[in-house]
Design a protein around this ligand. Sequence first.
Ligand code: FES
Length: 175
Amino acid sequence: MIQEQAAPTASGQEPPADHVRALLDELKVSPEANLIGVLQDVQEHFGYLPAGALQEISRRTKIPLSRIYGVVSFYTQFYTEPRGRHTIRCCRGTACHVRGGKKVIDTVRNALSIEDGETTEDMIFSFETVACLGACALSPVVVVDGMYYGKATAKRIEEVLDQIVVAESTEEETN
Ligand code: FES
């Protein structure tokens, strides 16, 4: 059982190889391993799928690296770049769009100064838009760290972002 999540590393910095090996030892990654499950566990640990980890998984499972990358790119749940500690997902679907979703998306984009698919430099936020979050009756919808905000307004989402920033700075002060 993996206890801790490693802090996301800055872009371009891979976790040490011995750290990757220790994790894969713990997960008992072998040719019999369930690839999706292994990828999920590794991502849960590092916050993303480091290239070195994918190479080591390929070596241990004997699955060609190109096939592993094929699986990773097929599933939107997997990331090959370090992620922010908080994920903001805005719906860009039609139902949300006609009820003001674009304004909410623009608000998030401006507040964080990043574009769809990017992560803030301080590694606090990742932002992405989604074709439909499956809750059209609540449109416009934003999901923050897995929590759904229905009938979202720009003001409400700004408040949520502010709360996260305050919580992050408080945590930093106490560490
Ligand atoms: S269109 Fe936004 S939740 Fe479906």
